[in-house]
Design a protein around this ligand. Structure first.
Ligand SMILES: *Cc1c(COP(=O)(O)O)cnc(C)c1O
Length: 383
């Protein structure tokens, strides 16, 4: 049985998409770093040796030179337009990943004796809480079960907390908030949006801070975007390392030191690409369409596949699923899919099963191809 499925995978027809054939590329369902628009990669390739007649690659430019300053300014302006970021918010392009912001958030917003609330809905918010505990009196206001969202009415919020932190989309569990938590009046809301950043329009004004690593939805690894309301700047705690200090980074235009120039440049190309393709409303419509194709395919197999997450909390961007009655088939599923040009479908090592990450630049045709394969695989094993 095993042998025959592997043999079949090896001889499977190549992906039908003309776009894929042209580039020999696969449908990459990686949870991050993730796929980027082909047009953006082509533009980067075109610019690689000589950016706009400057005679230099972006990788070779001084970050203080007029060329790179123009690239960084344009990237910020385009992101501001894309997310409709109000003028009283600063946009920072930092290093160290979202993981570094787990420490930067308490350092910039609270003192060691202050309280901060955390809503734990999965692996990433749990990590944020763990790091937060090293710097602030971090309180787990609510803890989810990795399959649903704890009802906001039951959250044990702390009056006078310096902030309320939550993860808008749990990348590993596939649990996503559909709205903005109300929280407590006067307590700034801080959101880790790493895996659903720019996946849909967001009312930035509802937040104190939004942060996100770029490598899932908007660019390469190496840059983390922090959007922070201006009145929250100015009071980092004593001893905050300069590289984690939002206030000084904002004053220096994110250039207190050498910024991740190449990553910022590619993010800029992505922002422009998104603006040219209908912005976040269009992106949201595409993302909803893709998620529906997959969740519908799972539901249509009479329980052969299971999506563990409560429908009210299902992520648009990370879709975990299992083969509950025959888990031994999961590795065949993953191997056969790879043989058909659909890679990185293995679930996170902590949860097993499969996970399809269908971020902004996974094309609809890639998701449709996966759904078709799922249907065919189920039919073959259900007889
Ligand atoms: C990927 C991810 C992180 C960690 O990002 P790094 O850039 O690896 O530090 C944090 N939070 C969420 C929600 C993520 O998806």
């Amino acid at each position: 049985m095993r042998m025959s499925t592997v043999a079949r995978a090896a001889t499977a027809a190549p992906p039908a998409s003309s776009q894929l054939r042209a580039h020999g590329r696969v449908y990459n369902f990686s949870a991050g770093p993730a796929c980027l628009p082909t047009a953006v990669l082509e533009q980067a390739q075109k610019d690689l040796l000589n950016w706009q007649g400057s005679g230099m690659s972006v990788m070779e430019m001084s970050h203080r030179g007029k060329e790179f300053i123009s690239i960084a300014d344009r990237a910020e302006a385009d992101l501001r337009e894309l997310l409709a970021i109000p003028a009283n918010y600063k946009v920072l392009f930092l290093q160290g990943g979202a993981s570094t912001q787990f420490a930067a958030v308490p350092l910039n917003l609270a003192g060691p004796e202050d309280a901060a609330d955390y809503v734990v809905t999965g692996a990433w918010s749990k990590k944020a809480l763990g790091e937060g505990k090293r710097f602030v009196r971090a309180n787990a206001a609510a803890t989810g079960d990795n399959k649903s969202l704890p009802a906001e009415a039951d959250w044990a919020l702390t009056p006078g907390a310096k902030y309320l932190h939550y993860c808008a989309n749990e990348t590993i569990g596939g649990v996503e908030f559909k709205g903005v938590p109300a929280g407590l009046e006067g307590v700034p809301l801080v959101a880790d949006m790493s895996s659903n950043f720019c996946a849909r329009p967001v009312d930035v004004a509802r937040y104190g801070v939004i942060y996100a690593g770029a490598q899932k939805n908007v660019g390469p690894a190496g840059v983390t975007i922090v959007i922070v309301r201006e009145d929250l700047l100015g009071a980092p705690r004593e001893g905050t390392p300069a590289m984690l200090n939002w206030t000084s980074m904002a004053k220096e235009g994110s250039m207190a030191n050498t910024p991740p120039c190449w990553s910022i440049y590619v993010c800029g190309l992505v922002f422009r690409h998104m603006l040219d393709n209908g912005g976040l409303a269009a992106q949201e419509a595409t993302n909803e369409r893709k998620a529906k194709i997959l969740y519908d395919a799972i539901a249509a197999t009479d329980g052969f596949y299971a999506a563990p997450v409560d429908p009210a909390a299902r992520s648009l961007t990370n879709v975990p699923f299992t083969i509950p009655a025959r888990p031994e088939l999961e590795k065949d599923f993953i191997a056969e899919a790879a043989g058909r040009g659909m890679v990185q479908l293995k679930g996170h090592r902590s949860v097993g099963g499969m996970r399809a990450s269908i971020y902004n630049f996974m094309p609809v045709e890639g998701v449709q191809r996966l759904a078709d394969f799922m249907t065919e695989f189920a039919a073959r094993h259900q007889q």
